[in-house]
Design a protein around this ligand. Structure first.
Ligand code: PMP
Length: 448
């Protein structure tokens, strides 16, 4: 197929996209027979790699029984089993899963669930969300409004609800030399407290944050105590805490939920990507019992819903993914291989003159590129270094997730690595080798 003949909208705009024809394990093969190591799991999705026989078998079995039954008429055994499974392994107090088809839908549902909760309990004046500047929560209008990615928001700004954005937890850029990590975290909590006071705590619905930031700045981890401080502050004002674990959750950071490592339990949590591992589009909101009970005792209805909510084949895929992760002890593998990846990155890129920061947890690793290591000055955004790295990596048979995050309104260049939990030592060697070559080739191309 030549690019001119495509009727696929996004390919029409990206005419150089190769055509993926098969996927096995960590490798995707295109129509020219070229192979790519999927070092980003697509967008931190493919936690089991491609073509996993157990997931395919579970999907086939479900299709043979029933593929789809609308949720206003039926529940299905597989949706019930998946919800049981998720709740059995969820943070304390989570009692129900609300299924959707992806991350943005999960965030939209969480925002509306939080709002309706306060209407149900007689606090309809709560109408404001607080979120953080360095964050991405999805591309639908509500999710885009809580997100802080200026580049994605810019042209839609007049359509977006008014959200207050506070500073992200971005230790590499924002911790002062005279502060400990803990003091920095406390300063951020104080900033949030001041924002709440300005709005009036009784007017705020929720604070929304990714536990570990993904798509705007590769794998930004919170400093110790920061999210605990946020949790306490929210509790003091009766504000809900919504943690968005669409990208960092479902094992990606080495524990099933990233918030486990912070000792923090949210009121609502969004999950997607790794939930279905890319085998089916599926996401969910996990909700605390007291919120669900309020709906049950109140109006008896959540005023929301999509046609494909709880799709049976999507639930079957997600259930199989969770079962394989447990059976094969893949959270331990994620932690072990994550350390291996971090060590290789440190060895190969730790002293690189244009690598400012290496960070992350588990198999969720970020690399921040800078023009000058001493001053942390980013590259000129017009160079689009991150896009050049992606291109150079693809020519070397490597998929990495590039991003130009927003640093004080300026673009910074980041690369995110999120390979399948089944990645081997030899794969890790190849990933880091090809990535290092791609970074140098991309940098060289900026002088061309
Ligand atoms: N939240 C986070 C944290 C994400 O990383 C993403 C996707 N990158 C989304 C929400 C939106 O998910 P989706 O693209 O599946 O709608």
């Amino acid at each position: 197929m030549t690019p001119q003949t495509t009727h696929v909208f996004h390919r029409h705009l990206h005419t150089t996209l190769p055509v993926a024809v098969s996927g096995r394990g960590v490798t995707i093969t295109d129509s020219q027979g070229r192979q790519y190591i999927d070092a980003s799991g697509g967008a931190a999705v493919s936690c089991l790699g491609h073509g996993h026989p157990d997931v395919l078998a579970a999907m086939h079995a479900q299709i043979d029984r029933i593929a789809y039954a609308h949720t206003s008429f039926f529940t299905t055994e597989v949706a019930e089993a998946l919800a049981d499974d998720l709740i059995a392994h969820a943070p304390t107090g989570m009692s129900h899963a609300y299924f959707v088809s992806g991350g943005s839908e999960a965030v939209e549902a969480a925002l509306k669930m939080a709002r309706q909760y306060f209407v149900e309990i007689g606090q309809p004046q709560r109408s404001h969300f607080i979120a953080r500047r360095q964050s991405y929560h999805g591309n639908t209008l509500g999710a885009l409004a809580v997100g802080g990615n200026q580049w994605r928001r810019a042209q839609f700004a007049p359509l977006l609800m008014d959200v207050t954005h506070v500073s992200p937890c971005y230790e590499y850029r924002d911790r002062r030399p005279d502060e400990t990590a803990e003091q920095y975290g406390q300063r951020l909590v104080l900033e949030l407290a001041q924002a709440i006071d300005r709005l009036g705590g009784e007017n705020v619905i929720a604070f929304v944050a990714e536990t570990v930031v993904g798509a705007t700045a590769g794998a930004l981890t919170p400093v110790p105590g920061y999210l605990k401080g946020v949790r306490d502050l929210c509790d003091r004002h009766g504000i809900l805490l919504i943690l968005d674990e669409v990208m960092c959750g479902m094992g990606r950071t080495g524990t099933l939920h990233a918030c486990e490592q912070e000792g923090v339990v949210p009121d609502l949590m969004t999950i997607a990507k790794g939930l279905g591992g890319g085998y089916q589009p599926i996401g969910a909101v996990l909700a605390q019992k007291r919120i669900v009970d309020t709906f049950a005792k109140g109006s008896g209805l959540f005023q929301h819903g999509h046609t494909y909510l709880g799709h049976a084949v999507a639930c079957a895929a997600a259930l199989a993914v969770q079962q394989v992760i447990r059976r094969d002890d893949l959270l331990a593998a994620c932690r072990r291989q994550g350390e291996g990846l971090a060590n290789r990155l440190q060895q190969r890129l730790g002293e690189h003159p244009h690598v400012g920061d290496l960070r992350g947890r588990g198999l969720f690793r970020g690399i921040e590129l800078v023009r000058d290591r001493a001053t942390k000055t980013p590259f000129d955004p017009a160079l689009r270094l991150h896009a050049r790295i992606k291109r150079e990596a693809m020519t070397r048979g490597l998929m990495v997730y590039p991003m130009g995050g927003t640093i004080d309104g300026q673009q910074g260049d980041h690369v995110l690595l999120a390979p399948p939990f089944t990645v081997s030592e030899a794969d890790l060697d190849a990933i880091v080798d090809r990535l290092a070559q791609a970074i140098d080739a991309a940098l060289a191309s900026t002088h061309a």
